[in-house]
Design a protein around this ligand. Structure first.
Ligand code: KMT
Ligand code: NI
Length: 172
């Protein structure tokens, strides 16, 4: 895992876009974003049990697996959105970038690789992209009835109760 401020320069979303300003795990924590590294599934199983996650699936995002729809999927994942539940992703192979909004509404880019697990809190605006390798294999963990419909950013959504509660939950 490596996290840094996004450079906001034009160019393909799959490029690193590293501004050179690093962001530490502690700083991520202040946004409610939690990072773990698990070399095997034992740690993932334990975390899932602790947080009440009963279900999981695996997704491979690559042209090989997705064929013609790959480019569209990657664009879709990169559309800024939030969920009314937290989002947990465990990377089994390849790499990818999760971008999350800072308190100042700038993008923090989190580069994930095999064995990295990331928890995004409910209500945080974020987006995802593969990198130049165009390959990521990830586990998605969810509770019984996941409320992880992507809700695209909009002025109305900025007032969403779950989003407004994020700062309070993180800081308490
Ligand atoms: C997401 O939430 O954007 C995804 O599930 C993307 C693929 S998982 C790394
Ligand atoms: Ni999402």
């Amino acid at each position: 895992m490596k996290a840094y401020m996004y450079d906001n320069l034009p160019g393909d979303q799959r490029l690193a876009h590293d501004s050179g300003r690093a962001v530490g795990v502690e700083e991520l924590g202040k946004l409610g974003v939690l990072y773990y590294r698990f070399p095997d599934l034992k740690g993932v199983d334990k975390l899932a049990a602790q947080r009440g996650y009963k279900n999981r699936d695996e997704i491979t995002v690559s042209p090989d697996k997705m064929g013609d729809v790959y480019e569209d999927k990657v664009k879709m994942f990169f559309n800024e959105h939030l969920h009314e539940d937290e989002e947990i992703r465990y990377i089994r192979g390849g790499q990818g970038y999760f971008d999350v909004r800072s308190h100042g509404d700038d993008w923090v880019r989190v580069q994930l690789e095999k064995d990295d697990l990331l928890i995004l809190p409910a209500g945080i605006y974020h987006r995802f992209t593969t990198d130049e390798s165009n390959y990521v294999h990830a586990m998605r963990l969810f509770k019984d009835e996941p409320k992880w419909t992507p809700l695209s950013r909009s002025p109305q959504l900025d007032d969403n109760e779950i989003r407004k509660g994020l700062r309070v939950r993180v800081e308490s």
